[in-house]
Design a protein around this ligand. Structure first.
Ligand code: SF4
Length: 305
């Protein structure tokens, strides 16, 4: 059965050929870019913090996390920088969060989900993803939280948040499971270092709440289903359109794509510069190896001891 994630849907919308290389064939960058690695590490720390926030002293949490992750990074300078920056960001975040989250009853953190759905054309598919955090307010309303790490001066605006597709995709899917999501909290953390001053909270944190009506979520689900129907048609038609836009300069597949445009087999370039997640997963014989392949860890505060 076809499985889709929000990032896959977005990639398909942007360029069918890039989607073909990344998702149908399974090619992925060998190295995670530093901003993405920092974002993942901050998410990891936030997950541990929110799983344990009622039982642990914030200073103890930061001390244990520092000890554990710095030791793990060893002498790898790139990892050390990510660990130090991530710890600084989360350390300055916790006092802010303690003030802002008083009404949050945390239900789940880093929750992986798979939701069976059907497209308008009757194709069965599975929507998969990971929810950063799910909380309920005192009146029982459910809220999704999306942690976003951003650069200096790059907070999302109200309009950008309203046009953001990932959380409505999750909310639309969960609604089909009978889990009505009342609202979405976008929790933004500025990752800039501020080496020479202590920043004000509104320079480094921003939260925006949105609400999607039932009608909006129903429409979103239809759009998502239409995209999946189009994916199936593109796959079976065996023609993947290239977007060929100025933004192609930012595409990780630009070199193999240009080779293919010139009629040159892109496979040697792909094999030299990318890893193939599908092949790696086939080779992985245990769930532990698969976790390493997909860069996912199971997280708990106990892991820090
Ligand atoms: S370089 Fe452009 S056309 Fe080629 S795969 Fe990337 S986005 Fe698509």
């Amino acid at each position: 059965m076809i499985r889709v994630s929000n990032s896959q849907l977005g990639q398909f919308d942007r360029c069918h050929f890039a989607w073909h290389l990344g998702y149908e064939q399974g090619w992925a960058a060998k190295e995670v870019a530093q901003p993405l690695a920092l974002g993942s590490f901050v998410h990891e720390l936030l997950a541990i913090y929110y799983r344990n926030k009622d039982n642990v002293d914030p200073d103890e949490f930061i001390n244990l996390a520092s000890e554990n992750y710095l030791m793990e990074a060893g002498s790898n300078l790139q990892k050390l920088e990510i660990v130090q920056r991530g710890l600084t960001i989360v350390k300055r975040y916790i006092p802010y969060a303690k003030q802002q989250d008083k009404h949050w009853n945390v239900i789940d953190v880093e929750k992986r989900f798979e939701i069976p759905l059907v497209t308008p054309m009757g194709v069965e598919y599975v929507l998969e993803g990971i929810i950063d955090l799910l909380y309920a307010t005192g009146n029982g309303n459910l809220w999704l939280v999306d942690h976003k790490t951003v650069g200096h001066g790059k907070f999302w605006s109200d309009i950008e948040i309203l046009m953001e597709p990932q959380m409505p995709t999750y909310a639309a899917g969960l609604r089909e499971l009978g889990m009505p999501i009342f609202g979405i909290t976008y929790n933004m953390l500025n990752t800039y270092e501020y080496k020479n001053k202590i920043p004000l909270p509104d320079q480094v944190f921003k939260r925006l709440n949105t609400h999607k009506t039932d009608q909006e979520l129903a429409n979103h689900l239809i759009n998502m289903g239409n995209t999946v129907d189009e994916m199936v048609a593109v796959s079976s038609g065996n023609v993947r359109k290239r977007s060929m836009k100025r933004e192609c300069s930012y595409c990780q597949f630009q070199d193999p794509c240009l080779a293919a445009v010139k009629g040159i087999d892109p496979l040697p370039l792909l094999e030299a510069n990318f890893k193939n997640k599908k092949e790696l997963q086939l080779e992985a014989v245990s769930s532990q190896q698969i976790a390493e392949v997909t860069d996912k860890k199971s997280l708990d505060f106990a892991d820090l001891f």
